[in-house]
Design a protein around this ligand. Structure first.
Ligand code: PGA
Length: 251
């Protein structure tokens, strides 16, 4: 049985003080939640988030996530954040290769792979994003695209390392647009990703959590989570409000 993950991706939203308020407001809703809750906050807010989570206590099971990290340990990389710093700030998960980073910050399959390796080496769980754009969807090459991205991201990893990774299938045309992949399409593409992982690492594929992301909201979460292969969500817009995110954690 794979434990579900409900991960919020706040992107470049909220300040440290807003982050603290959110954490204390979400706390009563997070108690007893079966899924692993992860909140990926901006790097500038990680310390505030950790402080607030320490006050809330361990029973709420909210894990802290970052949205990016560098693949080198340290060095002349102005503006970047290292895995060691994330670890020291209490981070457990890190999003790698989000389509916005691939599009606006020149993230490639190669840098994604290097980041995944570094994250695992340091004990962080990478949430690796893959997904097709609208043109690729219309061409009917969704499966080819996401399977190639998955293979590239996992290249050179040991089977037990692959087990620690989380994949997020996020159709780019569905991100922030209010358009969601149909439940069946999302589940089928995720099955294809799992088949690809099986090719690389055999039965480890049954343990890897594969999430859906792209305009997931309190209305569609139930149907998506009722499928055979969708193990959770990477949630952008709907994770910014306590009300909608707590409904989704308790899908
Ligand atoms: P969205 O974003 O839920 O706002 O579509 C998802 C994401 O980009 O991770």
């Amino acid at each position: 049985m794979r434990q579900a993950i409900m991960a919020g991706n706040w992107k470049m939203n909220k300040t440290p003080s807003e982050t603290k308020s959110f954490m204390s407001e979400i706390q009563p809703h997070a108690e007893g939640v079966v899924a692993q809750i992860v909140l990926c906050v901006p790097a500038s807010n990680l310390a505030a988030a950790k402080e607030a989570l320490d006050v809330i206590g361990k029973k709420t099971k909210i894990a802290l996530g970052a949205q990016n990290m560098h693949f080198e340990d340290n060095g002349a990389f102005t503006g970047e954040v290292s895995a060691d710093s994330l670890i020291e700030l209490g981070v457990e998960y890190v999003i790698v290769g989000h389509s916005e980073r691939r599009e606006y910050f020149a993230e490639t399959d190669e840098t994604v792979n290097r980041k995944v390796k570094k994250a695992l080496e340091k004990g962080l769980k990478p949430i690796i994003c893959v997904g097709e754009n609208l043109h690729e969807k219309e061409l009917g090459v969704t499966s080819e695209k996401v399977c190639a991205q998955t293979k590239a991201a996992l290249y050179g990893l040991l089977h037990q390392e692959i087990k620690e990774t989380v994949i997020a299938y996020e159709p780019i045309w569905a991100i922030g647009t209010g358009k969601t992949a149909t439940t069946q399409d999302a589940n089928n593409t995720i099955k294809e990703i799992r088949r690809t992982i099986r090719e690389i690492s055999g039965n480890v594929a049954d343990d890897v959590r594969i999430l859906y992301g792209g305009s997931m909201n309190p209305e569609n979460v139930g149907a998506l989570m009722a499928t055979s292969d969708i193990d959770g969500g990477l949630i952008g817009g709907a994770s910014l409000k306590v009300d909608s995110f707590s409904k989704m954690m308790n899908y």
